[in-house]
Ligand binder design. Structure first.
Ligand SMILES: C[S@@+](CC[C@H](N)C(=O)[O-])C[C@H]1O[C@@H](n2cnc3c(N)ncnc32)[C@H](O)[C@@H]1O
Length: 271
């Protein structure tokens, strides 16, 4: 972590917060936009403050390479493992500004993609920059103290129109920001919309494997959720493996697998 990044980390509870600051938006977008003059692939990316909002591995400026690389490595992994095919109907929950969806713009992907989020600014950017033939975006009704949501409803709704029409549902760095009602809601809705043999793949902070004492402590509890910050509980949330397995079972999954890691772990369920 650079010393500028470390200093900023000390004064803001999460990088997502910083991304809403008007001064950071203007100055950061302008400075970080300089390399776009030289690299055409950077010009397709969202502005710096949006990239910071979805996570930049503490690199607050000039993070285009990280943004581009992250999505591709996930798709290589998922395709290799057989979770998804090039013609799959895919849903991403917590799609942000389309970082993970970015590689699906290429011709190899012939399926469909639905991205869901609570952040209207990011959803609007995605709707304006992804081709409409393959990509659609939807606003969730959830709220979050960490991520802006201008929906007035507190209710957690089932917002997938069609039933059992999807092959692959995933989220990256979303369950790490969800309290129990939202997490349970998305897991059970995911089971409902998946076709037989479809796969759900979610990253989460697993209390059984995460390294505590450094960046993460998770010393506060809200029900079954372990949080870093009680004022902004969704800034970082962890769960036990046992709890996550229970949620997946309750949703209807019987084929449940985990890949535990010191940072984000994976919950992988096949219907
Ligand atoms: C850390 S970012 C990750 C974004 C994206 N998955 C990626 O890896 O680029 C978390 C995203 O989840 C969204 N989010 C937070 N709470 C949500 C909720 N309850 N429902 C849907 N999206 C949510 C935020 O707006 C943000 O875009």
């Amino acid at each position: 972590m650079g010393s500028f990044d470390r200093l900023v980390r000390k004064v803001v509870p999460s990088a997502a917060h910083l991304s809403y600051n008007p001064l950071f938006k203007i100055v950061g977008d302008a400075i970080s936009g300089i390399p776009n003059l030289f690299f055409s692939e950077y010009r397709e990316l969202p502005p710096n403050h949006m990239r910071v909002r979805v996570g930049v591995n503490n690199k607050l400026l000039f993070n285009q390479p990280y943004h581009l690389w992250l999505g591709m490595q996930y798709w290589v992994r998922w395709l290799t493992k057989g979770y998804v095919r090039p013609d799959s109907d895919v849903v991403e929950i917590g799609c942000g500004c389309g970082r993970i969806a970015h590689p699906l713009r290429n011709d190899w992907f012939t399926g469909t993609y639905l991205g869901i989020d609570i952040d209207k600014e990011l959803l609007q950017w995605c709707s304006e920059h992804f081709p409409k033939d393959k990509f659609a975006f939807l606003a969730s009704t959830h709220k979050s103290a960490t991520y802006t949501s201008d929906t007035s409803s507190e209710a957690i709704k089932f917002f997938f129109g069609e039933m059992a029409s999807k092959d692959f549902i995933y989220s990256t760095s979303l369950y790490t920001h969800l309290l129990v009602p939202e997490l349970v809601n998305y897991t059970s809705e995911s089971f409902k919309v998946l076709r037989e043999d479809g796969v759900m793949c979610m990253t989460f902070f697993c209390l059984d494997s995460i390294e505590r004492g450094g960046r993460w402590n998770f010393e506060h509890k809200i029900g079954d959720a372990y949080v870093e910050n009680l004022k902004y509980p969704e800034a970082a949330v962890a769960y036990t493996k046992e709890f996550m397995e229970g949620v997946a079972r309750e949703a209807g999954f019987t084929n449940i697998d985990f890949l535990l890691n010191p940072v984000q772990s994976w919950l992988v369920c096949r219907k």
